[in-house]
Design a binder for this molecule. Structure first.
Ligand code: NAP
Length: 273
C-alpha cells in the first residue's frame, strides 16, 4: 500500500527551482507556490520589469525561500546559460518552469497581412527556442538531483485549438507542446518534461494590449463563456503547473495538461455541429 504519511504541504522542501518569466503573472504565482511548499531557492528570471521581479523576490523570501533574480532574455542562448548558472552553487535544479512568453496581438486570424515573418521569428525565439535553450542549459543540473528533474513548459490552449491572440502565437505554442513530447522521450528517465495549457489567465499579459475598461469587459465575457463559469487567476493555474513538477507527478512525462476552466470543450468538433 502507498505511503500515506507524506508531507504533501511541503513537497518542495529543500529544492531548487528555476522560473522564467517570473516578474508578474503566472511565473510569479509559480515562484510563490514552490516557495510556500518549502523550496530552498527560486531563480526568478525576467526580461525587463526589475521592480516587479524584486516584488516577486520579496514574496518568495517572505515564504522562506532564497530568491535569485536574473535579468535575461530566454531568446539568447548565453542568457539561458546565465539563468541556469544562478542555480549552480546549489549543485542541482529540481524543477525548471519554462514560463516566459510573448505574443503579437492580431486577433483577426483571417487578416494574413497582420503578421510579418519577423513576428513569427520573434515569437518562436522566445516561446519555443527559449524553452529549448533553457532545457539544454539546465540539463546537467536537472540530472543531478536525487529524483528526476522536472521541466514544465507553459504552453496554451491557443496551441491546441488554433485560437488566441494571433496565428503566430498559436503556432508557437503548438510547437512548444510538440517539443514537450520530443524532449520527454529524449531525456527520460533522468528528466521529466510536461506542459500546461492555460486558457484565460487574468495577468498583466492583457493589460499590455488593452485599456482597463476593455479588460473588465473581457473578464466578464470570459467567465460567462467558460463551462466552469470562472475567469482564472494566476494562482488557479500555478497549483496544477506545480503539481507537474512535484513528487506526486513522478510517473508522468510527456503530458499536456489543459487548465482552462473547460474552454476547450466549447471547441469540441461534435459540439460545433
Ligand atoms: P505576464 O504577466 O505578462 O508575464 C510574462 C513574463 O514573461 C514576464 O515575466 C516577462 O518579463 C517574461 N518575458 C517576456 N519575454 C521574455 C524574454 N525574452 N526572456 C525572459 N522573460 C521574458 O503574462 P502571463 O499571462 O503570466 O504569461 C506567462 C505565460 O503564460 C506565457 O508563456 C503565456 O504565453 C502563457 N499563457 C498566458 C495566458 C493568459 O491568458 N494570460 C494564457 C495561456 C498561456 P518582463 O515583465 O520583464 O517583460
Amino acid at each position: 500500500m502507498a505511503d500515506r504519511g507524506k508531507d504533501f504541504a511541503k513537497d518542495f522542501r529543500g529544492e531548487v527551482v528555476v522560473v522564467t518569466g517570473a516578474s508578474t503573472g503566472l511565473g510569479r504565482a509559480i515562484a510563490e507556490e514552490v516557495a510556500g511548499r518549502g523550496a530552498r531557492a527560486v531563480v526568478i528570471n525576467y526580461a525587463s520589469s526589475v521592480a516587479e521581479a524584486e516584488e516577486t523576490g520579496d514574496l518568495v523570501r517572505a515564504l522562506g525561500a532564497e530568491p535569485l533574480l536574473v535579468k535575461a532574455d530566454v531568446g539568447v542562448d548565453a542568457d539561458c546559460r546565465r539563468i541556469a548558472e544562478a542555480a549552480a552553487p546549489f549543485g542541482r535544479i529540481d524543477a525548471l518552469f519554462n514560463n516566459a512568453g510573448i505574443t503579437k496581438h492580431a486577433p483577426d486570424h483571417a487578416d494574413l497581412d497582420a503578421l510579418t515573418d519577423e513576428d513569427f521569428i520573434r515569437l518562436y525565439r522566445v516561446n519555443v527556442i527559449g524553452a529549448y535553450q533553457m532545457v539544454r542549459a539546465a540539463r546537467s543540473l536537472l540530472e543531478a538531483g536525487s529524483r528526476p528533474g522536472a521541466v514544465v513548459n507553459t504552453s496554451s490552449v491557443a496551441g491546441v485549438m488554433g485560437i488566441g491572440s494571433s496565428v503566430a502565437y498559436a503556432a508557437s505554442k503548438g510547437a512548444l507542446t510538440t517539443m514537450t513530447l520530443s524532449l520527454a522521450r529524449a531525456l527520460a528517465p533522468k528528466i521529466r518534461v510536461n506542459a500546461v495549457c492555460p486558457g484565460f489567465i487574468d495577468t498583466p499579459w492583457f493589460g499590455k494590449a488593452m485599456d482597463a475598461e476593455a479588460l473588465e469587459r473581457m473578464r466578464q465575457g470570459v467567465a460567462a463563456r467558460m463551462p466552469l463559469g470562472v475567469a482564472s487567476k494566476a494562482e488557479d493555474v500555478a497549483g496544477p503547473a506545480v503539481f507537474l513538477a512535484s513528487p506526486a507527478s513522478g510517473h508522468i512525462t510527456g503530458e499536456t495538461l489543459l487548465i482552462d476552466a473547460g474552454l476547450h470543450l466549447n471547441y469540441a468538433p461534435l459540439g460545433m455541429r
